[in-house]
Design a binder for this molecule. Structure first.
Ligand SMILES: *Cc1c(COP(=O)(O)O)cnc(C)c1O
Length: 379
């Protein structure tokens, strides 16, 4: 279009749009098709609906343009983030291989670990902070990174880990769900696979589940696509279309949500009833130094610890503008007492707060009032 690189907001609103055609819509609607007209030898872009769909093609192009601006990359979209994660693991690992997973990552990873071990794959874990995964890389086939980690918001140095992994002959995948490609671009930092749950900030409305894998290498992309075909973890056309429509506002949403997240973290920093505050965008946060080197935005998730379970529950119940719900990245703020799930290694009063797109003054006032009420023993 132009020789000057486009800004992120411009790229987000135009990402993946097909060429302009008279009387056609800008973003074509979802194509609902199990099969396509196909005569003669079966070749061509669209034959059967489990292999490909024009609505996926548009979405996959859009995501690729955000993951790696100006490059040709391969994106494969999936029915959920877990489908995308499993596709990389299952297509790249064989029995006898070793894989390094974060010990403090997404709460389904322990289940993944059990399954991989049942298939004869050795699983090693190490925490995200302090680049601890470096110590268990030897002989591994794949290094799986999640940074910032969820829900503790620790950060590792992706460039450094990826270089060490490649030197040791391992592939590198980054779960980029929390950051989104506007927060950090794993492929530029040296990863072979950028993987995400698009259920969260990427689509941002809390109304669809979706995921994707992006990589530069065509052969690896084919392996991941083959896995999608085998397990059939395909996105529905309606979800794919909604996701593409939602990507147009990714920069608007991220800027608003991330700025308010920083303001919330700064306000929480002042309170004596709040401990263990974490936000990678806070200059004093243990993650900040590395985060500032590899992230362009620090995300919308803030975590902190209230004195105990009852205090945390009073706080959540007192909030009026924030839904008590899991997940994150949506335009409506949500918060939850993370320990209720049992999996994460966090205190009983640990709150994971996902900042939405409300007016910052309203949100901060609601949180301050709810904290006051919780501290006073009311809810
Ligand atoms: C939510 C999440 C997933 C799983 O995504 P689904 O879309 O729920 O399958 C994976 N990784 C991280 C970091 C997540 O937050």
């Amino acid at each position: 279009m132009t020789d000057t690189p486009l800004g992120e907001g411009t790229r987000a609103v135009r990402a993946g749009l097909p060429e302009t055609r008279q009387y056609e819509p800008t973003l074509p609607g979802p194509v609902f098709a199990a099969h396509f007209h196909l005569s003669g030898d079966p070749t061509g872009p669209y034959m059967y609906g489990r292999d490909s769909n024009p609505t996926w093609t548009h979405l996959e192009r859009a995501i690729g343009e955000l993951e790696a601006p100006g490059e040709t990359v391969h994106t494969i979209s999936f029915a959920s983030g877990m489908a995308a994660i499993s596709a990389v693991l299952m297509s790249q690992l064989r029995s006898g291989d070793a894989v390094v997973l974060p010990g403090d990552g997404y709460q389904v990873l322990p289940l993944v670990r059990e399954q991989l071990e049942a298939y004869g794959i050795e699983v090693r874990t190490a925490p995200t902070g302090g680049d601890a995964q470096l110590d268990v890389l030897d002989g591994a086939r794949l290094l799986w990174i999640e940074t910032p980690s969820n829900p503790n918001l620790d950060v590792c140095d992706v460039r450094r880990l990826a270089a060490a992994a490649h030197a040791a002959g391992a592939l590198v995948a980054v779960d980029n769900t929390l950051a989104t490609p506007l927060g950090q671009r794993p492929l530029d930092l040296g990863a072979d696979f950028s993987v995400a749950s698009d259920t969260k900030g990427m689509t941002g409305h809390g109304d669809i589940l979706l995921g994707h894998v992006t990589c530069r290498d065509a052969a690896r992309a084919d392996e991941v696509r083959r896995w999608r075909k085998i397990v059939g973890a395909i996105p529905g056309p309606m979800e794919a279309w909604l996701a593409h429509r939602s990507l147009a506002t990714l920069q608007l949403r991220s800027d608003r949500q991330n700025a308010t997240a920083l303001a919330l973290a700064q306000a929480l920093e002042q309170r004596a009833d709040v401990a263990g505050l974490r936000y990678p965008g806070l200059p004093g946060d243990p993650s900040h130094r590395i985060a500032a080197r590899q992230m362009r935005r620090f995300g919308c998730v803030v975590s902190f610890v209230l004195p105990d379970r009852a205090h945390a529950e009073r706080f959540l119940a007192a909030l009026r503008l924030v839904d008590d719900a899991t997940s994150f990245g949506g335009i409506r703020s949500t918060a939850e007492r993370r320990r209720r799930w049992g999996g994460d290694d966090v205190p009983e009063g640990f709150i994971r707060f996902s900042v939405g797109a409300e007016d910052p003054e309203d949100l901060l006032a609601d949180v301050a009032r709810a904290l006051d009420e919780a501290a006073a023993g009311r809810s």
